[in-house]
Every structure is written in C-alpha cells, then in structure tokens.
Write a protein that binds this ligand. Structure first.
Ligand SMILES: NC(=O)CC[C@H](N)C(=O)O
Length: 447
C-alpha cells in the first residue's frame, strides 16, 4: 500500500475510482476522496451488482444466487492495477478491487475471481499462461434512436468511409485526432498497446496488446474499453464493442493469443522438442475443440454476439484449427519457436475479458488433463462449400450446452455458472419478446 500512497501523493490525486468489473465486464464501484481511502483502503458494495442483466434487471433465480437481504461484499484493492484516469477533470486515479465474501474468500460471483481460480489450476502444475488479446471496435456517429442504423463518423476529409479498407493507413488517419487522444490516454495508463490497424468495416479498427500475464491483460482490456469510450465521447462520437453493430459490416472480435511457459524456466511449452509442436500443444487444441461449444456463452455473451458468426469475413464458424488460417476458429500463427501460440478467434469484442480469457484457458487445461487429440489441421479454406456454422446459433443454445457441461462447471464454480446462465437467460427472454422490423416487414401481409 505504500506504493499506492506514494503514487497518490506524486500525482496530487484527489479522488479514486474504486472499480469492480461486473458480469458484463463493465465498471461498477464508488468514488472515494483520497483522504478517506488512505484512512480505510477498503470498500463495500452489494453482491447483487455482480449479477445484473444488461437491461438492469435481475434474473428469476436472483434470491437463490445471493442473500435475499442483499448483503455487502468486502472489496480490497489490487495495487498492481493502480492507474491515472487521464480523462477526468480533477486528478483522479483508478484502482481495481477484488471482491471477498463474508468468510474472506474470493467472491465466487466476481469474474476477476473466476479468472484467478483458473490461473490457480495452472500455477499448481508449474505452468504460466501467456496471453495477448486483440480487440476490434467501431467508431460510430452519436445516435439516440435505437431504430436507426449505425453509421461511421465523418472523418477529416468530410466524407463517409466507403469500400472495404483493411489495413488502410489513410482510413485511420481520417480519425487522427481521436487516435491521438486514445494513444495519449493509453500511455498515461501504461496500457501495453502494441499496434493499431484499420479493419475491414467502415470505421472499424483493431488494437493489439503486447503479450503477458493473463490477469494483467484482462485488466488492461477492461481499462481499454473504458478509455476508448471516454476518448470517443471527448470527440463527440461513440465507440462500440458490440459484436455485430451493423448488418452489412463485419463483426468485432476479441481474439486471444495464448501460450504456456514453464513457470521456472520460462520455456515455451507449446514448442516441440523434435517436431514443431509439443504434445501439450495438441492436447490444448483438443481441449478447445471439445469444450468451446459449451463455453461459447462466455465468448459470445449477448443476444447480438451470434450474428457475428457468419462465413467468409474471417469470423469463426467452425471448430477446426489450422496453420496461419483465418477461416478456422483456432488459428496457429506462423511464429518463431519461442512465440509458438494458439489464437482462439471465438470471443467477440463484447465479451468480458476476464471470462473470455478464463474460459479459453479452462478449455485448454481440460484438454491437457484429458490428453485429447485434435483433428488434423485444416488445409485451405475451412469455410467449405456449405459453410455450416458448427457452434451455437443463439445465446440460449449456448447456455444449454454449458448447463450440461460438468467439467467446466467444476472449474468455474457451480454457483457462478448458475448465476451466469440465469442472468444470460433473462436477457435472452427479454430480447425474445421484442418484435423486430423484419417480422413487420415480411409477415404483416404475407402469412
Ligand atoms: N481480424 C480479423 O481477422 C477479423 C475478425 C472478424 N472481424 C471477426 O469478427 O471475427
């Protein structure tokens, strides 16, 4: 805590944002004046904030998931997450807190606890996962009407973006002032942002993080999402991490590159001694192939997420793996030996980074435990002729598979999985009630 106090003094911080990521991956918490925080560096929040739906409602099971008296949980700061909040008018710091239950254990409903739980399994085996997330997003015009189709903002040239512009430098430069602010803010928060590129959608970009510790990277993605939203607002536009914000544009992903190192020697354990890849590498892929279907609700947690899974625009629709192959759900990038890794392409940008990373590692862990063998690697386009989507088509279908998957429930904790399913099913049911414009268009006079 001394380091924290020193930092607060050094930056003349007057206020601290005490943050807790909720199930969606959004920031909940409290603002504390610095003197109050120094006197008592803890906070309390009701447990129920962890399991609210995106519409701000509770699931039917709510009272069985948390104490019906809606008790507080105790929050303890994680000093490694201390950062400035560079967009704030007053000198403000942000700090992520861990949640504890009344017995002093990591709170089972906190998504940061869930990731810690998975990481502990690796630690017990002397293994350290290394991850590098890539997050796509859209910049869009401000819009207050949910019936109105989203549009890319007008850039410096005064024109809308036209045509597909993957990797276009000029298309990024159209939004130069926004990107400048974004980089400045990332730098001030020590976010390890590696590269920024233009993606193929209009106003769609991707940011890559430098590989590192799984929990630290989840914290960085969580922080980055806040940072980008704040940046966009400052420039009078919106930034969205929706998985499929526009019908005619590609969706946005959160690809997660992952490898394993020996905790003692730092050696990459996916690289083979004789062949190119190790046995562990193959088992890990086997685990992803077997368990991604049941874990899909964590990679695609919103009703909208499933619209992203369409063929031919680099989105994942199958459980195949391949060498440097973007038509497979699991891509193995061409890399030097020490960077041997697997890219799980299933998660959408809308996923909670703590859960997306936890679940990817959990699937790989089970694969290694069960010594699973993967299919042969795909050659050429894995979209095939019929482009069949091999994963769940809806949130409800994904949740059903999760409910039937005992091994994942054991790893994540049964109470957490029950809560996740209840919250997400409540969202699915709320969405299913809405009559869409497609139904009015095609069914009104034809059925
Ligand atoms: N970067 C890419 O390969 C594109 C990914 C694609 N936008 C998706 O939703 O999965």
């Amino acid at each position: 805590m001394d380091i924290v106090k020193k930092f607060l003094q050094q930056h003349s911080i007057s206020e601290i944002e005490c943050l807790v990521p909720d199930m969606t991956g959004n920031a909940r918490g409290k603002f504390l004046p610095t003197r109050k925080f120094i006197a008592e560096p803890r906070a309390r929040l009701p447990e129920s904030i962890l399991i609210q739906t995106v519409t701000g409602d509770w699931s039917e099971e709510h009272d069985q998931l948390v104490d019906p008296a809606d008790r507080d949980m105790v929050l303890q700061p994680d000093p490694s997450t201390l950062r400035l909040a560079p967009w704030a008018k007053e000198p403000t710091a942000q700090l992520i807190f861990d949640c504890y239950d009344s017995e002093g254990n990591q709170h089972p409903l906190s998504t940061r606890s869930v990731l810690r739980r998975v990481l502990a399994l690796y630690e017990a085996e002397g293994l350290t996962p290394v991850v590098a997330p890539e997050v796509e997003f859209y910049l869009v015009q401000k819009n207050l009407d949910p019936d109105y189709e989203l549009k890319a903002p007008i850039g410096r040239s005064g024109r809308y973006e036209v045509a597909r512009q993957s990797y276009s430098i000029d298309a990024v430069n159209e939004f130069d002032p926004v990107i400048d602010t974004l980089y400045r803010y990332c730098e001030r928060q020590a976010l390890d942002v590696d590269t920024l590129i233009h993606e193929s959608g209009a106003g769609q970009m991707e940011i890559n993080f430098k590989h590192g510790d799984a929990l630290a990277l989840a914290d960085q993605v969580f922080t980055f999402k806040r940072t980008l939203r704040e940046t966009a607002l400052e420039h009078d536009i919106y930034a969205t991490f929706m998985a499929k914000p526009m019908e005619r544009e590609p969706g946005s992903s959160m690809h997660i590159h992952q490898s394993l190192i020996d905790s003692r020697t730092g050696r990459n354990l996916f690289a083979g001694d004789n062949g190119r890849f190790s046995d562990r590498f193959y088992h890990y892929i086997g685990g992803l192939q077997k368990y991604v279907p049941a874990a899909i609700g964590f990679f695609a947690p919103n009703v909208n997420s499933y619209r992203r899974f369409v063929p031919d625009i680099a989105a994942p629709i199958n459980l195949q793996w391949g060498l440097d192959n973007r038509t497979t759900g699991l891509r193995v990038p061409d890399s030097p030996r020490e960077a041997t890794r697997i890219e799980n392409r299933f998660a959408g940008a809308d996923a909670n980074p703590y859960l997306a990373i936890a679940l990817s590692l959990a699937c790989g862990y089970l694969g290694m435990k069960e010594q699973l063998q993967p299919s042969a690697p795909a050659e050429g386009s894995a979209y095939g002729h019929n482009s069949r989507v091999e994963i769940a088509r809806t949130l409800e279908e994904g949740l059903r598979l999760l409910a039937a998957c005992q091994p994942l429930q054991e790893i994540l904790g049964e109470r957490f999985v029950r809560a996740f399913i209840a919250v997400k099913l409540a969202e699915y049911e709320a969405f299913a009630k809405v009559i869409s414009s497609w139904e009015r268009e095609y069914l009104l006079l034809r059925v």
